[in-house]
Design a protein around this ligand. Structure first.
Ligand code: ADP
Ligand code: MG
Length: 722
């Protein structure tokens, strides 16, 4: 019998650069500058629309007004011409249902002329609104199938783009997705609403702080995306990876990430080739990728763009995930975005770098050079601290999914307890402001409250804490608890909304204090002092993984919502309903729908995993183990009784574990499944442990069954053959 591993491994290691299709572009040629080539950008709009109409479009977008029909027709016609010149035959309203991915329904540009011919047409109406059948998207009870109408509505603030395919091209129009009653069925609408809310609050506060000139504040996001790239051969040999995105079995390899030799190591040539083509594709789409490197686990990498406003950044992040997966296949690779594809090595997350900036170009979380800039900074920074402390559970809920439960709350970065790392310098300044007195190490200048005192804040040091879930990193906060497969939309919606509320709360106090005669400096410092005192329990600079922190966090009253079923109910807590309602981001009904959808997805994900685990166990792994046991038994007269006994015992254990797993999958008690939370708790407490028990025995079998009999590729192959 040929050995199972060697032949596939040798062929997995072969690759060619996208069939030789891609050569090195000559970047000195202007035509080789591809950035934004496939985007219907403002520059293209200016070029393609009559001057008057272009100005009108700009003004409409800036004010957020509805488009006049005549203007819409002109824009649609310019967009269609531009797209058809680039080979597009179809268009789609590209939207983001509550699935973390994007949806598209393609329509041809061609319409019948009545004489049996067809001409290309695309009206303003078709640009602005579409009507996909909404009944197959999750709505959490907002819409029953008999009232299935859903509408997509053009979002002119996120540019349209062309997705190329070897056999055609598609014009994608970013859109929002609502029910016919106007309720949000997607991730974009609440994000846009939350950006508006934050802008209003921040502009009001800036007025009180004596800053004129800005008329809008944008939230910004720069996501650092982690992912795995593995050879596609192993992927297709593993039904668990194909169906669930993660390995449900797999013994720990002799070598994992212990040697720390992967992080920032040199990037394997095939992987780099794949990254370069991914970046080129993204550049065409106007996604500004900036950074790439190896990550901690073997076969794990990271990619990060330059930050953009939250809406465009979030759309671009969806595109990035899609393009990464498409391009990988051209190199015989598969891109895994699951939060935990492999047990025993690090999973993948997404760091959400977040800040607020004015339309005049001021970053409100940048300490700046003058005392006045520093006052602004301290004010907005205090608002973030207050927001995160007040809504820590909601933030945790915003990043909950089944994949995340292998990371947050398990012993991996970051923990499920939300806390803020400010860095030693900044923490010192807050402490000095709070106490009004400092130790010898604190410059006296920090303490002369009431005068224009705060010196240039030296915050750009190498001061880092990689274990913190929410860290200040110089001119932004980095929310590090997002999962690698997630849309950015919900966590950013939450951040924007809760910070809007905190800014207003602090602005109220500021207004009262200046109204009572305090100087602006005095008033700001008093507000900062109070806010910090009241919320500093959320500030923690130590090791977030340590046992002591868990104990201390509990004594501070911080929440530790380890698993999704613990966290998700916070989507509908009164404090959430209150803030989302007050800022018109999501109504109580809309929040309930999201809560239902999230829990249903949790249950469904675990069910699929558990059924896949049971089927692999019974039809692939158990037969292999029995085959080996049979071989041993057939020769046991020659003195291998010890081995035979060992295998026979494991086969029995495995059989029991499989029976138990099958029972857990089958016996869904009706009363527990009456509501989604009950169902989620059932799969959490019954199904997941049954899966883990079966895996535990299978992984022991993997170590003793011969390689040519074991049917699944092993971690040592998947993670190390590149
Ligand atoms: P690190 O790994 O040190 O955290 P990276 O350079 O990998 O840093 O990523 C930093 C990310 O933060 C980038 O995506 C960057 O664009 C983003 N970023 C920088 N400034 C801001 C800002 N003001 N708002 C949002 N994101 C920002
Ligand atoms: Mg980072």
């Amino acid at each position: 019998m040929p050995t199972r591993t060697r032949t596939p491994n040798v062929s997995a290691a072969q690759w060619s650069p996208n069939g030789g299709a891609l050569g090195q572009a000559d970047l000195t040629l202007p035509s080789a500058n591809i950035f934004g080539e496939s985007v219907f950008s403002i520059a293209v709009q200016r070029q393609r629309l009559p001057k008057g109409l272009f100005k009108q479009l700009e003004a409409t977008i800036a004010k957020g007004n509805p488009l006049e029909p005549a203007l819409a027709d002109a824009v649609a016609s310019a967009m269609r011409e531009w797209a058809m010149e680039r080979g597009a035959t179809h268009y789609t309203h590209w939207f983001q249902p509550l699935t973390n991915s994007t949806a598209e329904k393609h329509d041809s540009f061609y319409g019948p002329t009545g004489d049996g011919n067809a001409i290309a047409e695309f009206s303003g109406k078709e640009l602005i609104q579409g009507e996909p059948d909404a009944s197959s998207f999750p709505t959490g009870g907002i819409r029953a199938t008999f009232e299935a109408r859903g509408y997509t509505a053009w979002d002119p603030s996120s540019p349209a783009f062309i997705l190329e395919n070897p056999n055609g091209a598609l014009l994608c129009i970013p859109t929002a997705f609502t029910s016919w009653t106007g309720e949000a069925l997607d991730n974009k609408i609440p994000l846009l609403r939350s950006m508006d809310a934050l802008s209003k609050s921040a502009i009001r506060a800036l007025g009180l702080l004596g800053v004129q000139g800005a008329s809008h504040v944008f939230t910004t996001v720069g996501p650092e995306q982690e992912y795995f790239l593995i050879d596609e051969q192993y992927f297709f040999e593993r039904p668990d990876l194909v169906i669930t995105g993660r390995t449900l079995y797999g013994a720990k390899p002799p070598k994992g990430q212990e040697l720390d030799d992967h992080y920032f190591g040199s990037i394997p040539e095939r992987v780099l080739a794949c990254m370069l083509e991914t970046e080129q594709e993204l550049a065409k789409l106007g996604v500004p990728i900036k950074t790439r490197h190896n990550e901690v686990a073997p076969a794990q990498y990271e990619v990060a763009p330059i930050f953009e406003n939250s809406n465009v950044g979030s759309d671009h992040q969806q595109l990035t995930m899609q393009v990464m997966q498409n391009v990988a296949r051209r190199y015989g690779l598969v891109c895994l975005l699951h939060e935990k594809p492999f047990a025993g090595v690090n999973g993948s997350g997404k760091h959400n770098n977040w800040s607020m900036g004015t339309d005049t170009g001021v970053n409100l979380l940048d300490p700046g050079d003058t005392p006045h800039e520093n006052l602004l900074f301290m004010f907005f920074c205090s608002a973030v601290i207050q927001a995160v402390n007040s809504h820590q559970q909601l933030l945790r809920a915003s990043v909950a999914n089944a994949g995340q439960d292998h990371r947050l709350g398990a012993n991996e970065a970051p923990p499920a307890i939300i806390s803020i790392f400010l860095g030693a310098e900044l923490e010192k300044i807050f402490n000095a402001i709070e106490s009004g007195s400092g130790d010898a190490a604190t410059p006296q200048a920090y303490l002369s409250l009431g005068a224009s005192v705060l010196p240039r804040l030296p915050l750009h040091g190498g001061d880092r804490n990689r274990t913190s879930p929410f860290a200040f990193t110089g001119n932004k906060f980095e929310f590090r608890a997002l999962g690698s497969s997630m849309s950015l939309a919900l966590p950013n919606t939450v951040l924007n909304t809760i910070v809007a509320q905190a800014i207003d709360a602090l602005a109220d106090k500021l207004e009262a204090a200046t109204g009572a005669g305090s100087s602006l400096e005095e008033a700001v410092l008093a507000v900062v002092k109070d806010a910090y005192s009241a919320n500093k329990r959320i500030v923690f600079s130590g090791d977030n993984y340590s046992e002591e922190w868990h104990a201390e966090a509990e004594s501070r009253g911080l929440a530790n919502l380890a698993q999704s079923p613990d966290a998700l109910p916070w989507l509908i807590e009164p404090s959430t309903v209150e803030v989302f309602g007050a800022y018109d981001v999501l109504s109580e009904r809309e929040l309930h729908s999201r809560y239902e959808v999230a829990l249903e997805q949790y249950i469904t994900t675990i069910n699929i995993e558990a059924e896949t685990a049971a089927s692999i166990a019974r039809t692939l792994l158990l037969p292999a183990a029995i085959r080996w046991l049979g071989t041993l038994q057939s020769v046991s007269s020659t003195g291998v009784t010890k081995l035979t006994e060992e295998s026979a015992a494991l086969v029995d254990q495995f059989t029991d574990a499989i029976f138990a797993l099958e029972a857990a999958n089958r016996d869904h008690p009706e009363d527990e499944f009456e509501n989604v939370l009950g169902g989620a708790k059932y799969v959490q407490t019954k199904v997941i442990p049954a899966m883990a028990a079966a895996r535990e025995v299978a992984d022991r079998l993997e170590r003793i069954v011969p390689d040519d009999v074991w049917p699944l590729p092993k971690y040592s192959e998947i993670l190390f053959i590149k």
